[in-house]
Design a protein around this ligand. Structure first.
Ligand code: DGY
Length: 377
């Protein structure tokens, strides 16, 4: 086992916090230093194994900040508990990599970083949608390959979305932001599937439709689909914004792909295993007009065999939240979760994260996913 070289910040701090990767910005460090923390950061880009994280936790550790690429399982929470750990924060909004049940049983609050990824992730879902539909990557490769010999009527024909139907599966914060961008920006009708209705989103589409009508333009519509299958048959583009859990694993499988329009676009910025990637490869092979835009992969960082060879798939390496503002904000929220719990502060109830992003944060933890179970809510 090669121990990752450590960067130590504020060595005289009395509360030891380990961080499994360097994080962007400095505000997060200021928050932890103000709370009396000594911060030990594992440097280097290699993913840490469970054994390496256990070694990093060591014998005395008050808190940890970890990554979505690490499995924070029972063994790690036992090690953290044993070392005196009082809080863990994921450096991510998603926490399917965390065994929250075990953390709760150990009495360890689990933080995450919502709110700062919403528009950022929605923007890349839009970028993937249009990169796929207008074949941007294929066309770029064509240009660089010196293949452009002049304008042609049928060169790189793609799909026009203006006035068509956008479908979202999962109408939480990010799904809603994406839907608004597509409806307002491209005058698309919306169909959404979510076990819970989203009245705010429905109201938005209604108000926008009324605005369009006053201008003599065709109104947009919004409909909550009765099922995923229902939505798949209606939408020209389907964007996935669901959590990964047992119920959403392989939500998009071989059978459901056949329900989609033959020239539809599938966009995934949620979690890779929501799509059966082998089935997607087969479907894209047999349906050349079908396209996909992927930010996440079933077995990251690996790709399913055949995926890399498909021209009708556009891929980026899980960078949906990769803007400086968002990644620095995620670091601030993770640090605020840790600092607040270590200082005995309560968990915030407003859901408003902006006050935590600069200066002295409120005396509260911005987001603890098991707050209710631990009696911290
Ligand atoms: C998250 O936070 O869950 C994203 O996938 C990475 O930023």
């Amino acid at each position: 086992m090669n121990a990752a070289p450590l960067q130590i910040v504020n060595p005289s701090g009395h509360l030891r916090v380990v961080v499994t990767k360097p994080l962007p910005g400095t505000h997060w460090l200021e928050v932890l230093i103000a709370a009396g923390c000594r911060i030990e950061i594992a440097t280097g880009d290699d993913l840490l194994t469970g054994e390496e994280i256990r070694a990093l936790i060591g014998e005395h550790c008050h808190a940890a900040i970890g990554q979505l690429t690490e499995s924070w399982n029972a063994a790690l929470f036992a090690a953290l508990k044993q070392a005196g750990g009082r809080v863990y924060s994921n450096y991510a909004v998603g926490y399917n990599n965390v065994d929250v049940t075990t953390a709760t049983a150990c009495g360890i609050p689990v933080g995450n970083t919502p709110g700062v990824l919403t528009e950022t992730t929605a923007e890349i879902a839009v970028a993937l949608t249009f990169s796929a539909s207008r074949r941007i990557v294929e066309a770029d490769r064509f240009m660089r390959g010196g293949q452009f010999k002049g304008w042609l009527p049928s060169l790189f024909l793609g799909n026009l979305f203006h006035g068509k139907t956008v479908g979202i599966i999962g109408a939480g914060r990010i799904g809603e932001a994406y839907a608004r961008m597509m409806v307002e920006g491209h005058k698309m009708n919306l169909v959404y599937f979510d076990p819970r209705p989203n009245p705010g989103l429905e109201e938005f589409v209604k108000a926008y439709a009324a605005f369009l009508t006053t201008r003599g333009e065709p109104a947009v519509t919004c409909r909550r689909a009765a099922s995923v299958d229902d939505l798949l048959g209606l939408a020209d583009v389907v964007s996935l914004h669901t959590l990964l859990d047992a119920g959403s694993r392989h939500l998009i499988n071989a059978q459901r792909l056949t329900l989609m329009k033959p020239d539809a676009i599938l966009v995934n910025t949620s979690r890779g295993p929501v799509v059966d990637e082998a089935a997607l490869v087969a479907h894209c092979r047999s349906h050349p007009d079908f396209r996909a835009g992927l930010d996440v992969f079933e077995n990251e960082p690996a790709m399913a065999p055949g995926l890399a060879g498909l021209d009708n798939v556009v891929m980026v390496p899980h960078i949906a939240s990769a803007t400086k503002w968002t990644r620095e904000g995620m670091a601030s929220l993770a640090a605020c979760n840790v600092a607040a719990i270590l200082q005995g502060h309560p968990v915030a109830t407003t859901g408003e994260v902006h006050p935590f992003l600069s200066g002295a944060p409120p005396q509260a933890a911005p987001s603890i996913v098991n707050a209710h179970e631990l009696g911290l809510a």
